[in-house]
Design a protein around this ligand. Structure first.
Ligand SMILES: [Zn+2]
Length: 163
């Protein structure tokens, strides 16, 4: 084995970076072949460089990712949720309107049936009254017509106000 002569410590990093000329490289390689200490040193240096590069890449990746996310956010100033929001307003109002129409519909039906019942009762009463008291028939007919017109008018007002 060679004596403990000059280890090319200062050349190892240059060798690692492939910055040596042919002769220097061969000298280092020749030395490494026979010197375990320098092989270990080279391995340490390679490991250290790997760690540095790895750490750098590790730091670099989230930065790139973050900038990409920020870019994506900048490019999309949330137009989709806004569009959905605008779309939901007519849908909600449509649903509310249909509910209101159903409620109003049942109310109108109830009112109509009530009005019809009142009209039937009125007609029955009028016809009965006309039959029993023919003297007042002219007046009661006028009165009945007046009540019918009034109820018809109020019914139309009710329907119009509900529309
Ligand atoms: Zn050596």
């Amino acid at each position: 084995m060679t004596n403990m002569i000059n280890h090319p410590d200062e050349r190892l990093s240059a060798y690692m970076d492939d910055e040596l000329n042919e002769t220097e490289r061969l000298e280092v390689e020749h030395h490494l072949a026979s010197c375990e200490r320098c092989r270990e040193l080279l391995e340490d240096l390679l490991g250290l460089r790997q760690a540095v590069v790895g750490a750098y890449e590790h730091i670099q990746a989230p930065n790139e990712l973050e900038s990409r996310i920020l870019q994506a956010l900048a490019q999309k100033p949330t137009p989709e949720p806004a569009a959905k929001g605008w779309l939901s307003i007519p849908l909600v109002s449509l649903a509310l309107l249909s509910v209101l129409l159903i409620m109003a519909g049942t109310v109108i039906v109830k009112m109509l049936s009530g009005v019809v019942k009142v009209l039937i009762a009125l007609l029955y009463f009028v016809s009965h009254f006309i039959a029993t008291a023919p003297v007042l028939s002219g007046l009661t007919i006028l009165l009945a017509v007046g009540v019918l017109m009034l109820s018809g008018y109020s019914l139309r007002q009710l329907l119009l106000s509900n529309e």
